[in-house]
Design a protein around this ligand. Structure first.
Ligand SMILES: *[C@@H]1O[C@H](CO)[C@@H](O)[C@H](O)[C@H]1NC(C)=O
Ligand SMILES: *[C@@H]1O[C@H](CO)[C@@H](O)[C@H](O)[C@H]1NC(C)=O
Ligand SMILES: *[C@@H]1O[C@H](CO)[C@@H](O)[C@H](O)[C@H]1NC(C)=O
Ligand SMILES: *[C@@H]1O[C@H](CO)[C@@H](O)[C@H](O)[C@H]1NC(C)=O
Ligand SMILES: *[C@@H]1O[C@H](CO)[C@@H](O)[C@H](O)[C@H]1NC(C)=O
Ligand SMILES: [Ca+2]
Length: 540
């Protein structure tokens, strides 16, 4: 069983999440951080499952930024620009080749240090009256749920007209999220609204707001906001005290959860800040866009089946529990009934329901390589395993051979003959089990796949002994003085010789053995016998 892989990035993700959370997020995020817990009782241990979700993070750390059209970023070639506050002092310069004077797109997502504001900046509106259009596309390639206000910070003034769009399908289709203009009717033909105009029944309506586009001075107000907190407040109260009410609505109100879900965001910048007046054609160098930061407080959407989101192969991915998998935990794991998938639920309050996937119907989903059609689910280790594997197989998927059998590697795994008996010779082997190759483990002196024959110098012997070492033979361990080797075990000597190899003369009282010395205490070896015979021939 493989548990979700915890990459080092996971920890980075979580830590960043904690560090970059504005105060107040905790009330939106604190709950549902555990997917299961072990319950112990006298009857044993069992898991209790809970709906769970990853902690919110500032997703700007993980966004891929793209700006369009090509060439919209200032500095190539280098260009002078002025500001609305000081339109005739055009001493500032954007130069892409200079680190200090360049303004590349990634400066919208960086972490600023030491109070130094860094920002992406576009070319100026020198082609007026052709509109100055720019798109900023932010991609995560992962469903996210926004949990607090999205805040876009503009330097040198906020655009007088722009659209925030979102995609829920990784950029295949887009829809407007909110319109922003200093004159909604003129720019988009919509009457201006604020989130405070919305009621529970029309909270998901796409509105045009003038709140963030009117000229109040470039330094006074830099932010353009997509109001999430205020929308939550429509249900949970202005201070988000009644989050349960929001969670209940999330479950019951069609489209509400989807409203806060996206995989990509796009800012379509349609007209830059004008300083509260009409376009002055004689000084177009003061019109451009500059964005210093985009905060996207959100969490990975995991259908309430994961408490962590990890980066795997450079892609955000839920670390799914509840027998689910998929990037958003949007389906059941193998071995679990696909149709039993449901998202987790905040309801019933306060604990909610995990809605874990159910064990697959054993006959259809059991993966036993044809050696069984029965499975059982071992809850404690969260594994589905085959039971009653036939054809001498064993294992979670009947993919191994029972002890005492080995795999015929020339057959497919589902062949009934896949497991061949080891047939290790009980006398020649030290174990009834064999290696994957079928080789039995032999005792000393035995050989062959089944350990049923002997090495040279050994002789097979019954009675549970197997191969025993030869004590005499006709090649190396020869019986002397006319003795004969019996059964490789002992020399049979003529009656006036004795010793292992009949090398010792029997000392009869009458004749004595003085002519060869007192040989009885000397060791018998072929060399000794050779010397003995030399001495004997010299003396006689
Ligand atoms: C911005 O995106 C929209 C929608 O895809 C597209 O129609 C428009 O041409 C883009 N604008 C620029 C300047 O690339
Ligand atoms: C997102 O997915 C698209 C298409 O699958 C791919 O072209 C793009 O590089 C991906 N972006 C990221 C940030 O992984
Ligand atoms: C939303 O509904 C409320 C009450 O029904 C209504 O007063 C308000 O105008 C509606 N808002 C929008 C944007 O339609
Ligand atoms: C393995 O299977 C092949 C093909 O059926 C067969 O010829 C061979 O004898 C088998 N080997 C063993 C050791 O059973
Ligand atoms: C041993 O005894 C045999 C007869 O029993 C005899 O022929 C032989 O000469 C004897 N050998 C020696 C060395 O005494
Ligand atoms: Ca920045």
């Amino acid at each position: 069983m493989s548990r979700p892989h915890r990459s080092p990035q996971l920890h980075v993700l979580l830590i960043l999440g904690l560090l970059s959370l504005p105060v107040g997020w905790s009330q939106i995020s604190s709950q549902l951080d555990v997917c299961r817990s072990l319950l112990s009782s006298e009857a044993g241990s069992a898991w209790e499952f809970f709906p769970c979700q990853p902690p919110p993070t500032n997703m700007k750390e993980f966004m891929q930024i793209r700006v369009d059209p090509p060439g919209i970023t200032c500095g190539n070639p280098p260009e002078r620009f002025c500001t609305l506050e000081n339109p005739y002092l055009c001493s500032d310069e954007c130069d892409a080749s200079s680190p200090d004077l360049s303004h590349p797109p990634q400066l919208m997502g960086d972490r600023e240090r030491g109070g130094l504001i860094t920002y992406w900046q576009t070319i100026t509106w020198s082609r007026y009256p052709e509109p100055l259009l720019a798109n900023i596309t932010l991609s995560w390639n992962k469903s996210l749920e926004v949990v607090d206000d999205i805040i876009i910070t503009f330097e040198y003034g906020r655009p007088t007209s722009m659209v925030l769009e979102k995609s829920m399908d990784k950029g295949a289709t887009w829809q407007p999220y909110q319109y922003y203009a200093d004159d909604c009717l003129e720019a988009f033909g919509m009457s201006p609204k604020q989130v405070s105009d919305l009621a529970p029944s029309n909270l998901t309506r796409v509105i045009c707001t003038e709140q963030y586009s009117r000229w109040v001075g470039a330094k006074e107000e830099k932010n353009v906001v997509f109001e999430v907190r205020a929308r939550f407040g429509v249900f949970a109260g202005p201070k988000l005290i009644n989050m349960d009410a929001l969670y209940t609505r999330m479950e019951t109100m069609k489209g509400l959860r989807d409203f806060f879900t996206f995989t990509n965001l796009r800012l379509r910048l349609l007209r830059p800040a004008l300083g509260g007046t009409y376009v002055q054609r004689d000084n177009l160098l003061k019109y451009f866009y500059a964005v210093s930061n985009i905060d996207v407080p959100a969490r990975c959407k995991c259908n309430l089946h994961a408490s962590q989101c990890v980066i795997r192969d450079a892609v955000l991915q839920c670390a799914c529990d509840h027998n689910t998998n998929g990037q958003d935990c949007e389906r059941c794991r193998r071995g679990f009934r696909p149709s039993s998938w449901r998202p987790g639920s905040y309801l019933p309050l306060p604990k909610g329901s995990a809605n874990t996937c159910e064990v697959a119907d054993t006959v259809t989903n059991c993966e036993c390589n044809g050696h069984s059609n029965r499975c059982s689910y071992i809850d404690f280790i969260n594994v589905v395993t085959c039971v009653s594997c036939k054809h001498n197989t064993r294992g979670q998927n009947c993919q191994f051979c029972r002890l005492g059998y080995y795999k015929n590697s020339s057959l497919p795994l589902d062949d009934e003959e896949i497991c061949v008996e080891c047939e290790c010779n009980t006398e020649g082997s030290s174990s009834p089990h064999c290696a994957d190759s079928g080789l039995c483990r032999c005792k000393v002196g035995a050989t062959g796949r089944r350990c049923d024959s002997c090495l040279p110098g050994y002789t097979w012997r019954g009675g549970g002994v197997g191969c025993t070492e030869n004590l005499c033979d006709t090649e190396r361990l020869i019986c002397q003085n006319g003795g004969t080797c019996f059964d490789f075990q002992r020399c049979i000597c003529p009656n006036n010789f004795t010793g292992t190899f009949c090398e010792q003369r029997v000392c009869l009282k009458k004749s004595g053995c003085q002519d060869v010395g007192d040989s009885s205490s000397m060791p018998a070896s072929p060399l000794y016998l050779l010397i003995l015979s030399l001495i004997t021939s010299m003396l006689s």
